[in-house]
Design a protein around this ligand. Structure first.
Ligand SMILES: Cc1ncc(COP(=O)(O)O)c(C=O)c1O
Length: 371
């Protein structure tokens, strides 16, 4: 029997019939973009759902990174992680900043505050940290470093939609946090993104910059860009926000089955839950293939692929190993990030993954472990 491939993720889609009336409304109003009613509705709904004071909707997460850097006037050196999607570092180059890589912490897989502090020079202006897989950075540790050295602290929270700490929203940490609503994310608007922040004046600046710098009809106050989210995306977002809790709960059930199946497999390492997390979003399910496993990571990746299970090596290679970043400061000494990148494999995880499909993934990984 030819079974369909299982990809690492699959975008959640609400019922098309529920989207049609929204489309009709957009057609009737002819308000397609530039802050229409669905745009404003989604912005308010997300501020509520995410429990952050300010949200600015944007065209995608990469633009969100660029606008956060611009709105906070960040120039010069920015310390960042090599263990992320390449957009994190690309945004620094697009913004005229110099990326400086620091190593990650082996438990969180996020920037290690001590490594960040060691990488600071007189030219350092900011820290750009990533909550990789939606797992929180050491926000207190990073904030302490930022405060000691007068640095801006920006979080790439592209993976961290809806993650709550015991103390409140993870997105409230730092000067600003960016989100991606790309189709591969837990919450998506096909393409899309946002910046969450606490400061009303910062939101006003971001809102100016996302629309070419216009203030009213006749004044342009800054060299802004077109980073707006349109009404189709926003309407879709309003609709899918209604299903987000169910999506996260369904993902949690898949993750729990994987945990039970893989917890004691020799040579496989799973990530331990981090303290202080009240709610995870289950965006990714990484496993780490250690020397005690029967196969190497790449052999396991190929073996799963041959069975139609399309796992992904997020994040391999390290950003610092792409040719264009190899000579960046810090790129040559990142032992923990390298070890994780060389051993990671992300398994299929999404709400619509059926019980049988989960069993299929479990059987394939378990069989590989016991050849
Ligand atoms: C960590 C991280 N940062 C930034 C981005 C860029 O977001 P977007 O694709 O919405 O531009 C992504 C994913 O796409 C990501 O995974």
């Amino acid at each position: 029997m030819n079974r369909p491939p299982l990809y690492v993720t699959q975008p959640a889609l609400p019922d098309l019939a529920d989207f049609e009336p929204m489309l009709r409304e957009i057609w009737a109003s002819r308000r397609l973009t530039n802050g229409g009613p669905y745009h404003d509705q989604l912005e308010a709904a997300l501020a509520g759902y995410l429990a952050v004071p300010q949200v600015s909707l944007l065209g995608n997460g990469t633009l969100a990174l660029m606008l956060a850097l611009k709105a906070l006037d960040v120039e010069g050196e920015v310390i960042t992680t090599p263990y992320s999607f390449v957009a994190t570092t690309h945004a620094l180059l697009w913004s005229g900043c110099t990326p400086v890589f620091a190593d990650i912490d082996p438990a969180s897989l996020n920037l290690d505050p001590a490594a960040v502090e060691a990488a600071i020079t007189p030219r350092t202006r900011a820290i750009l940290a990533v909550h990789v897989y939606g797992r929180p950075c050491d926000t207190a540790g990073l904030q302490a470093v930022a405060d000691r050295h007068g640095l801006r602290l920006i979080y790439d929270a592209a993976h961290a939609f809806g993650v709550q700490l015991d103390t409140g929203s993870l997105l409230a940490a730092g000067d600003a946090a960016i989100l991606s609503f790309h189709a591969t994310k837990v919450f998506h608007t096909f393409e899309g993104g946002a910046i969450a922040c606490r400061d009303e004046a910062l939101k006003a600046r971001i809102d100016l910059l996302r629309n070419f710098g216009f203030k009213g009809e006749t004044r342009v106050l800054a060299a802004g860009i077109n980073a707006k989210m349109n009404e189709l995306q926003a309407a879709f977002g309003c609709l899918s926000l209604g299903g987000i809790n169910a999506e996260i709960e369904a993902r949690a059930r898949v993750a729990a089955r994987y945990d039970a199946a893989f917890g004691n497999l020799p040579g496989l390492r799973l990530l331990a839950p981090l303290p202080g997390v009240a709610r995870h979003n289950h965006g990714y399910y990484p496993i780490f293939v250690a020397p005690g496993f029967a196969l190497g990571r790449d052999a396991l990746y190929e073996q799963l692929r041959a069975q139609g299970i399309i796992a992904r090596r997020y994040f391999y290679p390290l950003i610092s190993d792409f040719d264009m970043y190899r000579s960046a400061p810090g790129a040559d000494h990142l032992p923990i990030a390298r070890r994780m990148a060389d051993s990671v494999l992300c398994l299929p995880l999404y709400g619509a993954l059926s019980d049988d499909e989960v069993s299929r993934v479990i059987a394939a990984v378990t069989a590989a472990a016991r050849p």
